[in-house]
Write a new protein. Structure first.
Length: 177
């Protein structure tokens, strides 16, 4: 799954790319949650091109794996998730919001994604799992506050620095437990 490329026919996302975007989102979720469950390192470059978001996602995976190993997570992670009906909204001519509720072994959550195309390839420009004891909830904000609507958020150095600081704090607290 990590090596799979997701492309579309045109430079801009069109309505007939809807199924491709949903498949892309589900593949990312299965890759991420499968890596947590199997305690494996995976590569997200075919999903994320922004270096700051990629670094965050890699660190979030690492800390979620540690959290899972230490028993500090109440979520069941797996590779083959069951997906419920998605929420799909066009935000701009080349930007879509995708919310994918899913569950593994009876444990459910939702992943929210901002997806756009770049050179006829789909890419995630923001993401949020946002479950109660999740790394991204602690570092990027509570689900009631954390909006997934800004494709440039990971280019905002002040935002990235604040998230990085919280990641370091979270990692320290996780190591103490």
């Amino acid at each position: 799954m990590a090596n799979r490329k997701f492309s579309i026919k045109e430079d801009q996302i069109r309505e007939d790319d809807y199924d491709s975007i949903v498949t892309f989102g589900k593949a990312f979720i299965n890759l991420y949650t499968g890596a947590v469950a199997k305690q494996e390192t995976v590569v997200f470059e075919n999903y994320i091109s922004n270096a700051n978001l990629l670094n965050f996602t890699n660190k979030m995976l690492e800390l979620t794996q540690k959290q899972k190993l230490s028993g500090a997570s109440s979520v069941n992670f797996g590779l083959d998730n069951e997906f419920k009906e998605e929420v799909f909204k066009k935000l701009d001519k080349n930007l879509y919001y995708l919310s994918l509720p899913f569950s593994s072994e009876g444990s459910g959550m939702t992943c929210k994604l901002l997806v756009q195309s770049l050179n006829k390839s789909l890419e995630i420009v923001d993401l949020y799992f946002g479950y109660k004891d999740g790394v991204d909830t602690f570092t990027t904000g509570h689900p009631a506050e954390r909006k997934i609507n800004n494709p440039q958020i990971w280019d905002d150095q002040e935002w990235v620095d604040g998230v990085s600081e919280k990641l370091e704090r979270y990692e320290t607290e996780l190591s103490v437990k």
